[in-house]
Design a protein around this ligand. Structure first.
Ligand code: BV8
Length: 252
């Protein structure tokens, strides 16, 4: 499928000294990871992810929330990065000051070779004690119930940011600095609903960056950025990298 991009985007990409990228669940959709918008399947069909991804849900039913994350961790480990992930890793090879800010907790950007990744909402393959907050190594994920912290006996939880929780300060600072520094901001595969992540493309634009959305369909950011490209990120991203820099290097 040949894709043509506006020459302004190609020129800006080629000239960019600093690029910031915000990704959402849509970038992992072609790896088989259900997005938050997708209706959950099977056992999870009757649950609203926004309900499960909350401290209240974990307090009320730690076993249910633990099992949901164990299910999603298994999905993430079985998934493979798709051409969209690899294209973003390639972009970092071409433009060293590229910061990949992700809302995703599946770790697929790292597995695709991206190095400068800011995980705004954590990573579901990492765990911490829900009481003393310290990281805890969990090798075998017990399917039925969360294990207890070896230090204080608190319930162990996934090291992700739930709704109503503050983002990790260092991650947010890094994301904001990259957003403020960039001349080009790519917003890919996100519905643009969850804050403060969704504020980043608008902050970049207010600071003079050229902002681009890549999505399957218009969402909360529609009409607000400089350019909106609609199509699957697994197709558009590799095509964009080739259009700007020619054939791909070894990655992916
Ligand atoms: C905070 C980790 C300060 C866990 C996630 C009331 C009380 C408290 C807070 C709030 C409140 N009201 C509002 C808030 C703020 C709240 C918020 O924004 N709520 C929303 C719902 C309105 N935010 C927070 O709570 C944040 N913290 O504000 O702290 C504070 C503290 C206390 C009190 C007040 C303020 C923390 C938010 C982080 C939540 N954790 N994830 C886990 O994953 O389990 S959020 C989770 O959902 C994701 O990380 C992501 O951020 C979001 C899902 O969004 P998307 O990634 O965009 O995915 P989605 O499915 O929505 O869309 C997919 C998109 O992809 C679509 O556009 C689709 O078209 C596109 N797509 C699909 N396929 C493709 C594609 N595009 C391209 N190619 C394809 N193939």
């Amino acid at each position: 499928m040949t894709v043509t991009f506006p020459s302004e985007l190609i020129e800006r990409l080629r000239a960019a000294q600093s690029v910031a990228i915000l990704t959402g669940a849509g970038v992992s959709a072609e790896s088989g990871m259900p997005t938050f918008r997708d209706a959950q399947t099977g056992l999870w069909a009757r649950y609203d992810p926004a309900e499960l991804a909350s401290p209240a849900a974990f307090r009320a039913n730690p076993v249910l929330v633990w099992q949901w994350y164990a299910y999603r961790r298994a999905l993430a480990e079985a998934a493979a990065p798709n051409p969209g992930h690899y294209a973003l890793a390639e972009l970092e090879q071409r433009i060293p000051d590229t910061t990949l800010i992700t809302q995703n907790v599946d770790g697929l950007h790292h597995r695709a070779g991206s190095r400068n990744v800011v995980e705004l909402h954590g990573n579901l393959t990492r765990y911490r004690c829900s009481d003393d907050g310290a990281p805890v190594e969990v090798t075998i994920v017990e399917k039925d119930a969360p294990p207890r912290c070896p230090r204080c006996g608190g319930l162990i939880r996934p090291d992700v940011v739930w709704f109503g929780e503050l983002l990790p300060q260092h991650a947010w600072n890094m994301a904001l600095a990259a957003t403020r520094r960039c001349s080009l901001f790519l917003c890919i595969g996100t519905s643009g609903v969850v804050r403060p992540a969704a504020d980043l493309p608008l902050i970049a634009q207010a600071d003079g960056a050229y902002t681009v959305e890549i999505n399957l369909a218009p969402g909360a950011l529609a009409g607000q950025l400089n350019l909106h490209l609609y199509g699957p990120s697994g197709t558009l991203l590799p095509a964009l990298v080739v259009a700007a820099f020619g054939e791909r290097s070894s990655i992916g």
